[in-house]
Write a protein that binds this ligand. Structure first.
Ligand code: LLP
Length: 404
């Protein structure tokens, strides 16, 4: 994705051309970036030869999941819907793991019937529910248990999941109890220890701490896990921070603490695979002048991209056509929704904009469209996948008629 003679292109396609055809707001993804991210991820963990299960919650677009499947990844799902989608995309069920704190009877049954690799369980009651279903079907079901390693991921508070007070996983004591219980189970086969401490992580220390806890537990428990599922969480750079996740350090730490056990490592990355593959193109409806700043009112709102309103997340905003004329006022980019948190960012030094201009909200490939909603009864945007010069409609714009 780059400017060619001041005009923004996704691979070989100009945004001018795209928006003329598909209107705005519009999600647009680059296949080339997706492929590059997946190859880099594999390369970065090549010493571990892991099973990489793409976290479908970060992007649940069928066409994109199909491409991810073709590039060799499995799936991490958290609902029946995501599981159905992953299967529809052609992902081998033996490459699918099912996570989540509250899987219902119907979801568990569906997962068992489809013979997925692992159900990662997070409560005693769920383990017993799985056992009951397995028994009734006279099956043996492979599961993992998600441990809460009591580790602060040092990321945004709202996306940290591995601390004592978080609802995720089970504590060490329950973990030991469940392992002992399952040793005797005829219908549930415990094969995996799973963890996931949070998202958008850059610091290797929380990962080290998590690995130390796993090491301690496995060395005490004397139980052979076939898999250790380390979840996802690897951070990406948003905006100008230029932060880089150090994969090499993480791989070294994994080898240091877990190498001796020879388990198959599973990862569940979402953001690091799709985050920077997508942009959201939006048109300026109005510019409202104010004494200290100008409100740039976009046709994309918090229902289309929820991250800023929900987490205070920052996404860089750039123009589709570059100019050298700068405004001396602060631009506050806001959506049209009736909520004060419906704003994207404030920019002090931005080029002069006018109504009907197009802007780009960057790095929205993860938790962008998948977190979108129909709030204010707004149809969800179309989604386009660009492959060189090829334009693939990955999702049609919702029609109002279907919502009303
Ligand atoms: N595995 C489990 C069990 C998870 O809960 C998650 C994310 C992942 C894997 C993938 O994590 P990733 O590699 O994408 O960091 N909506 C928030 C992020 C919430 C993440 C939830 N769990 C956001 O927009 O930043």
């Amino acid at each position: 994705m780059k400017y060619i003679k001041n005009k923004f292109f996704v691979e070989n396609v100009s945004l001018q051309k795209l928006t003329k055809k598909f209107d705005t707001p519009l999600y647009c993804y680059s296949y080339k970036k997706l492929k590059k991210n997946i190859n880099n991820f594999k390369l970065n963990f090549s010493k571990l030869n892991p099973l990489i299960c793409f976290s479908v919650k970060s992007n649940s677009n069928l066409k994109i999941i199909k491409e991810i499947k073709k590039l060799g990844l499995g799936a991490d799902v958290v609902s029946k819907g995501e599981l159905m989608l992953a299967i529809k995309a052609g992902i081998n069920p033996k490459k699918i793991v099912f996570s989540g704190v509250g899987k219902t009877y119907s979801e568990l049954k569906y997962a068992i019937e489809n013979k997925i690799l692992l159900i990662n369980s997070e409560t005693k009651s769920e383990v017993k529910e799985i056992e009951k279903i397995a028994k009734s079907k006279n099956k043996i079901v492979d599961i993992g248990i998600r441990l809460n390693p009591n580790t602060d991921a040092k990321t945004l508070n709202k996306i940290s999941t591995g601390k004592k007070g978080d609802k995720f996983g089970v504590n060490e004591k329950t973990f030991f109890e469940l392992v002992n219980y399952l040793k005797k189970s005829k219908h549930v086969n415990l094969r995996c220890l799973s963890v996931h401490i949070g998202s958008q992580i850059f610091d290797n220390k929380p990962y080290e701490k998590m690995l130390k806890v796993i090491d301690k537990i496995i060395s005490r428990i004397k139980f052979k896990f076939d898999y250790i599922d380390l979840g996802g969480g690897m951070g990406i750079s948003y905006g100008n921070d230029r932060k880089i996740f150090n994969y090499s350090n993480y791989q070294k730490s994994i080898l240091k603490y877990l190498g001796k056990y020879n388990n198959k490592i599973i990862f569940e990355p979402g953001r690091s695979i799709v985050g920077n593959t997508g942009i959201l193109i939006s048109k300026i409806i109005y510019i409202k002048e104010n004494k200290s700043k100008n409100f740039v009112i976009l046709d994309a709102g918090m229902n289309d991209l929820m991250r800023p309103a929900l987490y205070g997340a920052i996404h860089k905003i750039i123009p589709t056509i570059k100019s050298k004329k700068y405004s001396n006022k602060t631009y506050e980019f806001v959506g049209p929704i009736c909520e004060s948190t419906d704003k994207f960012s404030s920019n002090k030094k931005f080029q002069k904009l006018k109504e009907k201009d197009l802007i780009i909200i960057c790095d929205v490939g993860a938790y962008g469209s998948s977190l979108s909603s129909n709030y204010n009864l707004r149809p969800k945007p179309a989604e386009i996948l660009i492959k060189g010069s090829k334009i693939v409609i990955a999702k049609k714009r919702q029609k109002l008629i279907d919502l009303i």
